[in-house]
Design a protein. Sequence first.
Length: 466
Amino acid sequence: MALTENAFQRCINPDCRTTRAISETLTACPACGDLLDIEYDWNRLPVPKKLSEIEARWSRRNEPLEFSGVWRFRQLLAFAPEDKIVTIGEGQTILQNSRAVAAYCGLNPDRLFLQYEGLNPSGSFKDNGMTAAVTHAHIVGARHAACASTGNTSASLAIFASTTQMFKVIVFVGSGKIAYGKLSQALDFGSKTLQLLGDFDDAMQQVQEVCRREKIYLCNSVNPFRLEGQKTIIFRVLESLRWEVPDWIAVPGGNLGNSSAFGKALAELKHLGLIDRIPRLAVINAAGSNTLHQLYNDRKVRWSRGRPDAESIKGFYDEMDRTRRRATTLATAIQINRPVSLKKALRALDITDGVVRQVTDQEILDAKAQVGAGGFGCEPASAASVAGVRLLRQEGVIAPSDRVVCILTGHQLKDPTTTVAYHANDPDQFEKVLGSQGVKSAPHANSPIVVDNDLNKIIDLIRKIE
């Protein structure tokens, strides 16, 4: 039996459960319109008996599929024949033990780990999912692809298109905040970029309709293959921890693709007997973009065995439209009103006994400065995970002895303007870039020191610094 016959697409709605072939290009269930999962007939697939078996693949890293930090785990996302897989060397990431950030969060030494996804080719976690989506596009013979983006998705799709020369790409970005570091990537990699007079949610609505009408392959996380690739972040975390399960995994919450993928990955690993317990998931919203927080904590919306309170969700969105409330945060990667993976994220929280929190832009930037001082630079959205862990530690939800992994989703150079505004001793720049978002101070700023062009004064200053 062919590999793809052991994988299929299935509706997550328990009252529908429509099943369709891998060979179909779908972003929603054709029967009821709900989200789709990629599922597997695990009994007919060569599943490893223990996760450490996969580690042996690294010894063959001269082979592209074994070098990839996504596809060396292909037994656990077994939808693609090997000759159809598209890889550009994604997933070469690192899990770093950070004592400095542990102390900032109130954890014991050696209990906090930073999973740094900024080392991916496009500088963000998106490459994990994009390699899977582009692989499926290759399977179905797509020649055009598109996405809506706050920046990272467009950069990822664009680098895959430019590297492989397999298809042409159109990216939709909103006219609100988009970090130049990300926009520059989409432009430099040759994608056609449409800057829509609207925000991300407007761009998301339009790109879906365009893809339906023009038969263009959609690469946003509503595409279930994207989330299959993002599962591998969990696999690499476990690999780096010598296959020991942490107590907590904290992840920024925007469109909720990562949290959804993590929940699915952990449920599958537990089902296959590859882990003996499931860590708790902490999904962290920016306070200015807190749809999940409001629905989960304020309105008590839950997975409810696949039947979340649709009326509560609709009422929340209707109120958002009526009051013209729009997401606004310096963490632009998670500046999203209507997360497309909301329902799957509710499932992930149910699977992991998870929690949702919101943190302010001030807390995000302070945490970001601590991450940088501790050895890794990250974009603002990444630091939401650290700020969230600090909050949960203060609340007593996380114990000081718990082993915690924070997902850093993107590289610091994705948004250098925000970083420089925080650290530079320039009140006008600070107010222009940060003040409008409620950031009042920069307690962890590492400001440049102005010194005369005089050797003796320079040496005197350096001696004082020491």
